[in-house]
Write a protein of this length. Sequence first.
Length: 165
Amino acid sequence: MIFTDIFSIILRLAELAFAAIVAGVDGSYLHAHEHESSWGLGRFIYTEVVAGLSILLAIIWLFPFSGSFIHWPTDLVISIAWFVAFGLLVDWLNGACGYVLNWGNITIDGNPNSCSQWKASIAFSFLSAICWLVSAIVGIYWVRRHTAPVAGTTYHRRRWYRSRV
């Protein structure tokens, strides 16, 4: 079905772009704070790993072939990992920049500690989680549609206690 192939390509491109943005923002923060304790930077390291894994899988599964739809369990796991990263970033911000979804007075100033960058990282991690979730749903739809039994055929299940003889 051409619609699912095109939709899958669009989702994979969005997943790739969103993961690259989050990896860049969090990577610049990790670079600026490279001499701090790993415990304090754990949530950013986790987010960076999820972003790197997402970039790798999005590139590999970007090619349109029917085998790319059977990876829906992995898409679901990556989506959950992105939701966890989103929650960790929101928890770290802890209201320091105001309400998380308040996008008023956002400016680009180049400061690695600015609220604009953190809100962008939070927003794109949430969008990435949604894209991976939708990609899993499309995969489930495709697998269900292409593995359904043919009309008119019935399957008889042999009872476990009966022998074949």
